[in-house]
Design a protein around this ligand. Structure first.
Ligand code: BTN
Length: 325
């Protein structure tokens, strides 16, 4: 493992550890320790040094643990869990899993990482992925149908996230079409589905989920839209491995149902969480902006937009939606 990862494993408890102790435990020089700490800081981790005391994290962090995650996946879904891989650092969990699609990994195979160096967002954007407690997860699912039959899958994915976050006791979670998950109207999670396959099937879907758990001021400054993190809303300590297991469980359950029934199965639940239902919204498409009233989604997850009394359905694709204020 990376030396910095070893240091983080020790610092994770949030107490002070002297440079000398760290050096001894890891068979490093004091300057080697210092370099690794600098590296951790450059990855976005809030670690500070106090003369005479050593190094400490501002807040403890529960590091990802493959065994804890796998064991905590619900017994009902264990049969669908192909395996979990935990990475310390990866360019993008989506890119990595797309590569694994070519090997023989099956539906349900999941990959999580402590940080991403080239996290991918929707519409070619970057997903800022610092080290320090956020969730970067990708799950593979192999569907027998072609990609065209999978419309609404990203909306169903949002439902899995809403269910997992709601289970933490947070009641103010909602969705914004097509697939943003928000708390108090600020983005808490993003979804990026990358799909390849034959038009008549089968299709491979890599579903990437990024959830903000702990965003530093620096990370917030790099993100160009209102967003929030889970720890700002939780009263109790965040049990990260347990939450990842819950998220995996919900994703497995949603994809299993989706493969049987399609999006229609989730439509009612999605509409219940739609924060912009019956509100005036702007659709931002490559061809220009379209304003109308959001009348929910159809059975394929397309947005029903009312203009002058007429309702037209819009597929997500490259379109995004903003509320008109
Ligand atoms: C969005 O732009 O809202 C989608 C963001 C999706 C980010 C996740 S993090 C895990 C997975 N790996 C990636 O590179 N992207 C997705």
């Amino acid at each position: 493992m990376h030396k910095a990862a070893d240091i983080l494993a020790i610092l994770a408890d949030g107490t002070f550890h002297s440079g000398q102790d760290l050096a001894q435990q890891l068979a490093l020089s004091r300057s080697g320790v210092w370099k690794s700490v600098q590296y951790l800081q450059s990855c976005g981790l809030d670690v500070f040094a106090v003369r005479g005391k050593g190094y400490r994290l501002t807040r403890p962090v529960e590091l990802l643990n493959q065994t804890l995650i796998q064991q905590a996946v619900s017994p009902l879904m264990q049969a669908h869990l192909e395996g979990v891989e935990v990475h310390w650092r990866v360019d993008s969990t989506n890119r990595y899993l797309l590569e694994r699609v070519l090997t023989n990994v099956g539906s349900g195979y999941t990959c999580v990482a402590e940080m991403q160096t080239l996290g991918r967002g929707r519409r070619g954007r970057q997903w800022i992925s610092p080290l320090g407690g956020n969730i970067y997860l990708s799950q593979l699912w192999r569907f027998s149908t072609g990609p065209a039959q999978l419309s609404g899958l990203s909306l169903a994915t949002a439902i899995a996230i809403v269910r997992a976050i709601s289970a933490l006791g947070l009641g103010n979670v909602g969705v914004k079409w097509p697939n943003d998950v928000l708390i108090n109207h600020k983005k808490i999670a993003g979804i990026l589905l990358e799909i390849n396959g034959e038009s008549a099937g089968p299709s491979n879907v890599v579903a990437g989920v990024g959830i903000n758990v702990r965003l530093s001021t620096e990370a917030l400054a790099q993100i160009d839209q209102p967003c929030t993190d889970l720890e700002s809303h939780l009263q109790q300590p965040f049990r990260r491995n347990q939450f990842v297991a819950l998220l995996i469980t919900e994703l497995l359950s949603v994809y299993q149902q989706f493969s049987l029934h399609g999006f229609d199965y989730f439509r009612e639940e999605w509409c219940k969480f739609d924060l912009y239902k019956d509100q005036q919204v702007n659709l931002i498409a490559g061809t220009g902006n379209i304003t109308g009233i959001n009348r929910g989604v159809d059975h394929q997850g397309a947005l029903r937009l009312e203009q002058n009394g007429q309702v037209t359905s819009y597929q997500s694709g490259e379109i995004s939606m903003r509320a008109v204020r």
